[in-house]
Design a protein around this ligand. Structure first.
Ligand SMILES: *Cc1c(COP(=O)(O)O)cnc(C)c1O
Length: 424
């Protein structure tokens, strides 16, 4: 590789949500272990992001490494059209077992965004199969995030998302205000009034409701009351809409339940998982659907026209199986609760800071919302100086570390957050 590869990176490589003309600093990582990344210059930083929610068991985990190595000796990949393999079947058994009863059927995709596209496509095709072609719009809530492909973008928050760049191109969906009652506040039934009006008025043209359950991730890191979700489920039943629940960020324990819809004890008709599915090792996502949805999609001898090239990649399925087994054997709930208590105890003092609008935590997620947007490059430089990796966005400084993070590491993480906020 050429000597000046860092310069080559900044001149030629797009990083996420970045400009190629004015790139943000990037840091080179040479290896990673547990909750820590080793940077090119030898410094170690604690990864408070779990590589965007994924790396729940930490880096370089022997069980996950072995699962991949073993599968690699069998086959790295094989097409899924007309062929099948044990890692995929085993993973479907896990997913069907772990999720609520009606979700019995699985479609594999290679990223969360694609699993959302598949969910939307299935919802529309379901209504075609049921002879109601006019039901083809989606209802969602503001501040949502569902991915970066076109269908997914159309249901992301219309202000925070990319609607302004693609207006006139994105399908026009319906948006209710984001719920405001937090899970730890008394439920206020007024919270769902507008949503109820929208569903009453538009039921005939609506195919489905799509939302993130209880935790809204990249659209604002907001937490809302499970009663909201329960009522959404009831409204979907009453007005004949499918409920698509996007558990891509929340799935596999992050919120203190294996899946966040368990906080409300509701079952979705369609459920998306991704991110932590493989313990952060490989890109894999899945769309789970009920028998009722599957039979509507496949009515009138229809097939489902979608087939990612790397669908159900065996390496990804093998490591997902190992990750799920590891999770279920581990005291994950205790770990998530301990991280939660730590955030509660150690970030709360920031609530009185003049620059801070709100401090909140739910499950293993801690959020400090500022009054003004943060200077990402500068904040990251300071955090790295404190031995911590975070990626703030907009007004949000937040953390969702690997579940295996050690107590001293967690302390260093929250100390760094406090240091940065107090020195603004
Ligand atoms: C990250 C995310 C997605 C998109 O997943 P990708 O794998 O990045 O395509 C969709 N929905 C939610 C809730 C997410 O957090």
């Amino acid at each position: 590789m050429q000597q000046n590869w860092r310069a080559f990176d900044s001149e030629h490589i797009w990083h996420p949500y970045a400009s190629l003309s004015n790139p943000l600093d990037v840091y080179a990582v040479t290896s990673a272990q547990g909750a820590r990344l080793t940077l090119e210059d030898g410094r170690e930083v604690i990864d408070g992001m779990a590589s965007w929610w994924c790396m729940i068991h930490g880096y370089n985990h022997p069980r996950l490494n072995t699962a991949i190595e073993r599968q690699l000796k069998q086959m790295a990949h094989v097409m899924f059209g007309g062929l099948t393999h044990e890692p995929a079947v085993e993973l479907v058994q896990h997913l069907v077992d772990l999720t609520p009863e009606p979700l019995q059927n699985v479609f594999f995709a290679d990223s969360g965004s694609v699993s959302v596209e598949v969910a939307i496509k299935m919802a529309l095709q379901y209504w075609q199969g049921r002879g109601k072609r006019q039901k083809r719009r989606l209802l969602t809530i503001r501040n949502g995030y569902h991915g970066d492909t076109f269908g997914a973008m159309s249901v992301c928050d219309p202000e925070g998302g990319m609607h302004h760049l693609f207006s006139g191109i994105l399908p026009q969906q319906l948006f209710a205000p984001a719920p405001v009652t937090a899970p730890y506040e008394p439920w206020d039934s007024a919270d769902i009034a507008v949503f109820t009006e929208l569903i009453e008025k538009h039921a005939d043209e609506l195919a489905a409701v799509i939302l993130e359950p209880v935790v809204q991730g990249a659209g604002g890191m907001r937490f809302y009351h499970p009663q909201y979700l329960r009522q959404v489920r009831e409204l979907c039943n009453r007005f004949g809409l499918l409920l698509i629940v996007d558990e891509i960020a929340t799935g596999f324990g992050r919120t203190g339940k294996l899946f966040a819809c368990e906080h409300a004890a509701v079952a979705a008709d369609i459920l998306c998982v991704g991110k932590a599915l493989t313990g952060g090792y490989l890109s894999l996502a899945a769309t789970l659907v009920s028998d009722e949805v599957a039979s509507g999609v496949c009515a009138n001898e229809q097939v489902f026209m979608h087939g990612p090239t790397y669908m159900a990649n065996p390496l990804a399925c093998a490591v997902a199986n190992a990750s799920i087994e590891l999770l279920l054997e581990s005291p994950w709930q205790q770990r998530v609760n301990a991280i939660h208590s730590h955030f509660d105890a150690n970030l709360k003092s920031l609530a009185g800071n003049e620059h801070v609008a709100d401090v909140r935590s739910f499950g293993a997620i801690g959020v400090v919302e500022m009054k003004q947007p943060l200077d990402v490059a500068q904040v990251q430089r300071e955090l790295i100086g404190q031995g911590v990796w975070l990626r703030p966005f907009g007004k949000l400084l937040y953390a969702m570390p690997p579940y295996i993070i050690q107590q001293e590491e967690l302390q260093q993480l929250t100390d760094a957050i406090c240091h940065v906020v107090e020195n603004l």
